[in-house]
Ligand binder design. Structure first.
Ligand code: SAM
Length: 201
């Protein structure tokens, strides 16, 4: 599978029907999702692995991981409406995942890899921290996206939690006009993706 092919396939993942600002529901664009997943795949973190997609939304990371041969995927999402779209996407792509309608804070299986695009904390400050904490408790390798403005703070937390950043990648993440408080059609937010390995259990 080529990265471009994965990107084209992920273009078809359906978006939220009724996105909720309080949960920072933005779909990761196929260009970014395919780049992250292909990168993870090339480092051996997806194929045949047990994986969790925290804050799965409508499932772009779940579907991409399924296409790239993950052995099992837990899709953890708080919002039942997003899960309805996620289920439809799974059907369309003939993928299976264990959908868990709950807060990531409640997840308690030991797994190989987490891939997550948590809320950036635009609505609730540091809303991404519980995601990072949980991922560090349950996974050996973590791919996690954060607002680049908070990089120093997040990197400090990663070290405190016993993690080591092995790779970093930057993206301009488009946030489309969706909510009443948005003034422009689309803004780009600079984000950073970390690949983290856990130094100790
Ligand atoms: C920025 S969106 C990312 C969605 C999807 N992973 C993607 O990349 O397109 C964050 C998602 O996390 C969900 N979410 C927010 N807080 C959560 C929590 N505490 N537990 C589980 N899901 C949560 C939101 O409903 C939303 O779907």
């Amino acid at each position: 599978m080529k990265k471009k092919k994965l990107e084209m396939m992920l273009q078809g993942v359906e978006n939220y029907k009724n996105p909720k600002a309080s949960l920072e529901q933005y779909l990761t664009p196929a260009t970014i999702a395919s780049d992250i997943l292909f990168f993870a795949y090339s480092l051996g973190d997806i194929e045949d692995k047990i994986l969790a997609d925290f804050g799965a939304g409508t499932g772009i990371f779940t579907i991409g991981s399924c296409i790239l041969g993950a052995r099992k995927i837990f899709s953890v999402e708080i919002d039942p409406e997003a899960i309805m779209v996620l289920r439809k996407n799974l059907e369309e792509y003939k993928c299976s995942a264990e959908i868990m309608n709950m807060r990531v804070e409640e997840f308690n299986f030991k797994i190989d890899t987490v891939v997550q695009n948590p809320p950036f904390g635009a609505q609730n400050r540091h809303a991404d921290l519980p995601f990072l904490e949980k991922a560090m408790q349950v996974a050996n390798v973590i791919y996690t996206i954060h607002n680049a403005n908070t990089a120093e703070f997040i990197e400090g937390k990663i070290v405190e939690m016993g993690g080591e950043v092995t790779h970093k990648k930057f993206y301009d993440f488009p946030i489309p006009y969706m909510y009443k408080f948005h003034r422009k059609e689309e803004v780009k937010r600079r984000v950073v993706l970390y690949r983290i390995v856990r130094r100790r259990f």
